[in-house]
Ligand binder design. Structure first.
Ligand code: HEM
Ligand code: HEM
Length: 170
């Protein structure tokens, strides 16, 4: 059973689970197509931006020692680390592409009521490639985090190495 040294810090753990909920919420509140411009998905935008807001302190906490050393070495550990880097890249790229897409659609972007500037000029018609990257990226992160969750469950219940406890407060 991992002791404190083999766990993420409490703030890292809280941010991990909060981010998971926000990504799920962002996905369920996502809308596409023509009606988005007239009826902006306010909740989708706020939940998605909250993901971005949480990434920065998370990375700082991580650098300050909030993540434990890996319990094992080898290719599986390297693959897990690479997977985590990919997840972090999505957590940053998704909200920014969403913000850019909204700006191209002329949709005003606010974070729980706080008005934010547009990232680019609005265009006529569909937002183009950036919008497609955002929409597909939103689904890809859900699949990746599903695989990530399955790996964690496999570690916990098949390998029985206590991986889930590393991300649990108690
Ligand atoms: C949208 C959903 C999720 C995202 C974006 C996500 C993202 C991440 C990231 C980026 C890390 C690496 C943390 C770091 O080292 O700084 C991580 C670690 C971890 N996640 Fe998730 N996660 C999600 C959902 C889940 C779920 C549902 C589970 C469990 C069923 C889970 C279990 C874990 C565990 C156990 C670790 C620690 C792994 C280790 O000690 O190396 N995650 N997660
Ligand atoms: C965790 C973060 C996010 C996830 C998982 C996510 C996911 C998605 C998905 C899957 C779609 C496509 C919906 C469909 O076609 O039915 C979408 C659309 C959209 N998202 Fe996000 N999103 C996130 C963050 C954001 C943010 C932060 C913004 C704005 C600041 C945003 C703005 C938009 C807009 C404007 C659309 C409509 C695009 C269009 O109609 O072409 N999203 N999002």
């Amino acid at each position: 059973m991992p002791d404190r040294a083999h766990r993420y810090s409490a703030s890292m753990i809280v941010i991990h689970w909060l981010t998971a909920l926000l990504v799920l919420g962002g996905w369920f509140t996502a809308e596409g197509g023509g009606k988005v411009a007239e009826n902006p998905p306010l909740l989708h935008v706020s939940l998605g931006l909250a993901v971005l807001v949480l990434v920065l302190p998370r990375l700082i906490l991580r650098m300050a020692g909030g993540a434990p050393e890996a319990d094992a070495q080898g290719w599986l550990t390297t693959a897990a680390k690479a997977g985590h880097v990919v997840l972090y890249l999505f957590l940053i790229a998704l909200p920014i592409t969403g913000w850019y897409t909204a700006s191209r659609m002329g949709v005003s972007v606010s974070f729980f009521g706080l008005q934010l500037p547009a990232l680019t000029e609005p265009v006529q018609g569909r937002p183009g490639l950036i919008g497609e990257l955002h929409e597909n990226g939103g689904t890809i992160i859900l699949i990746l985090s599903g695989l990530h969750a399955l790996m964690a469950i496999w570690h916990q219940f098949i390998l029985r190495d206590g991986t889930l406890r590393r991300m649990s407060l108690r």
